[in-house]
Design a protein around this ligand. Structure first.
Ligand code: ZN
Length: 617
């Protein structure tokens, strides 16, 4: 059989027309795992993918030539994995058109046809694995790979021939840009004296190479179907007639069904929202449903509403409206730490605070390298369970037992409630600067009285119960005040700074959405993230909180990569997380790597009028 006729035979076998076998369907699942294209199908996603076996034709002796294929897809493209048993691996040619010296090509094929034949090398001469995709009835794409990783590909378009019948015009000069592939040989190549296991092939084809041929020029959506034929050509030797294995067993092509069954977060709470329309549109596209805003900015609130994002004013113990400014004679009721803690705070944070930054929006950037602070998060226990040097929050906080604080905050709440467009109030910083308690005179006396009255036990456990009670009390009172002042206004919170020794206590609070840290800015072990999420999602209002700062903007915080974020988000989902809360949403939006990671886990928020009518980014 001449080469040309043989190629035609292969073409017909590969499909060559867009008829689809109804009964043959392959379900291709969407994934969000990072795939490494190394020729080994070792990723968990491959193990979980459906396996499709290829069946040999009448001439095939298939006992030793088992062939299976799996496919997956994600935001970026299509993944195809082949496993081909072969007791005697054979391959000859690994050079592409550009790589092969002219003299070598001419020696193999003669001077005339070398370029065209080289293009079709894999299918016409070598053992190969093949793939034919029909993204639309008008277009067919075809790839062939050899055990040496040589690939040839072409696309065909439907044309009417002279008789008005369907014909296909081939384009062999096509380059499938972005194609990545790797082959793994399990055995010795071209050595018949031993028994080989076979070869595996891992392929990534980006949507950018496929969508020009797809209906609507878009990547597949959940439930979309393309035509597909999977092929293996086995040869006794280089250039001999191929023995075909394929799926479906006979033409026509099978159905490649794209399914998206990935769980995603339903509500996406963000601390922080851009103030410009482009930024807010991007936030909605990334799935933000709830965000804190500058509650005095009517423009930002209106834009958020336009894009379907609920808005919250931020209430912190430091945002109270006090009757008079603070003076040395008339100080605020600040929390008091122990002398040792105060000295340590001075060492860690005090230098900037001394220079008049009384609210302590302090980031002692140098401190982290010398003595890592966890910035209000849970300090990690050091080697052998020994607690590291005491960590504390840089921000000075008022005493949570203070009545004046309550009155000052109620004034602020009243003003917030008077903004009709606001959807809610978000509580933050209702905790202790030293994570444990306040040792001002009033608190000391109240603790002693509580012990005296038998409300709490004497000793550390009783003290912890007393101070947790203080946090719970002020939160409950202020939530009640919000609801009494404006019924229906939502109240959310991030429990911060962490309370020690009991970090998770949100179940005891009446918030509509209670964010509790399950993944801190400083990365935690994935098992801890999972365990904390289980606890936080055990009550209806509990929302897993994930901390993220762009390290290029906040150098005191470690770099969290896209894969790291994906790992954390996956662990939260796996533990039953339904919604997610983050800080800072604006950092995520401005970092392409972080946005891409979140996009895999969220659903664009298109509930707002702006999202429906505005242009898409
Ligand atoms: Zn106090």
């Amino acid at each position: 059989m001449s080469t040309r006729v043989m190629c035609l035979a292969m073409l017909l076998m590969a499909g060559g027309f867009f008829a689809v076998a109804e009964e043959a369907a392959y379900t291709c699942y969407r994934i969000r795992q990072q795939m490494v294209i190394d020729g080994r199908l070792t990723e968990a996603a491959w193990r979980e993918a459906p396996v499709v076996p290829l069946t040999g034709d009448a001439t095939a002796y298939s006992r030793f030539l088992g062939t299976t294929v799996r496919l997956l897809w994600d935001d970026d493209g299509l993944y195809v994995g082949y496993e081909l048993c072969d007791p005697d691996l054979r391959a000859s040619w690994a050079l592409t058109e550009g790589q092969a010296p002219k003299a070598l090509k001419e020696a193999v094929w003669g001077p005339e046809e070398s370029a065209e034949l080289l293009e079709r090398m894999a299918e016409c001469f070598e053992r190969h694995a093949g793939l034919v995709l029909t993204p639309s009835p008008e277009h067919e794409l075809e790839w062939f790979w050899t055990p040496l990783g040589f690939v040839s590909h072409q696309w065909r378009e439907r044309q009417a021939d002279a008789d008005g019948k369907d014909a296909w015009g081939g384009h062999q000069d096509w380059s499938c840009f972005g194609l990545r592939q790797a082959v793994c040989l399990d055995g010795t190549l071209n050595n018949a004296t031993d028994i080989d296991r076979g070869w595996s092939l891992e392929v990534f084809i980006p949507w950018s190479a496929l969508t020009p041929f797809a209906a609507g020029n878009r990547m597949p959506q959940d439930g979309d179907e393309w035509g597909m034929t999977l092929l293996r050509g086995h040869r006794e030797d280089f250039g001999t007639e191929p023995i075909a294995f394929r799926w479906p067993i006979a033409a026509p092509a099978g159905r490649l069904v794209f399914l998206d069954r990935l769980r995603r977060f339903e509500r996406f709470y963000s601390w922080g929202l851009p103030s410009d329309e482009d930024g807010i549109r991007q936030a909605a596209e990334l799935g933000f449903t709830d965000a804190t805003v500058n509650w005095k900015s009517a423009a930002q609130i209106a834009l958020a509403k336009k894009y379907g994002i609920r808005t919250y004013a931020i209430l912190m113990p430091t945002s109270g409206e006090w009757p008079a400014p603070e003076t040395p004679e008339n100080p605020r009721p600040w929390q008091k730490m122990s002398e040792a803690e105060q000295a340590r705070w001075q060492e860690l944070w005090g230098r900037k605070a001394e220079r008049g930054d009384i609210l302590g929006k302090v980031r002692n950037e140098g401190a982290r390298g010398v003595d890592p602070s966890h910035y209000g998060g849970e300090p990690m226990v050091g080697l052998h369970g020994v607690e590291p040097a005491r960590d504390m929050l840089g921000t000075r906080l008022p005493c949570l037992g203070s009545q004046e604080l309550r009155e000052a905050l109620q004034k602020t709440i009243k003003a917030m409630c008077a903004v009709p467009e606001l959807d809610g109030i978000a509580f933050d910083f209702f905790g202790f600067q030293n994570f444990r308690g306040c040792y001002c005179e009033r608190c000391q006396a109240a603790l002693a009285a509580a012990v005296q009255a038998g409300e709490v036990a004497a000793g550390p456990a009783g003290e912890a119960a007393f101070y947790l009670g203080q946090i719970l009390a002020i939160n409950r009172e202020l939530v009640d005040y919000v609801r009494a002042t404006r019924p229906g206004l939502l109240v959310m919170s991030h429990l911060y700074p962490v309370f020690l020794p009991q970090p998770l206590y949100g179940q005891q609070l009446p918030f509509d959405a209670c964010g509790e840290t399950v993944a801190w800015y400083i990365p935690w072990d994935v098992s801890k993230i999972y365990r904390y999420t289980k606890q936080v999602t055990s009550y209806p209002a509990g929302i897993p909180f994930l901390g993220y700062y762009d390290a290029s903007r906040m150098p005191a915080f470690p770099y969290k990569s896209g894969p790291r974020l994906e790992l954390e988000l996956q662990a939260i989902l796996d533990a039953g997380g339904k919604d997610i809360m983050v800080c800072s949403g604006t950092h995520i939006l401005s970092c392409p790597e972080a946005s891409a990671a979140f996009r895999k886990f969220t659903v664009p928020n298109r509930t707002g009028e702006g999202a429906k009518t505005g242009k898409r980014p």
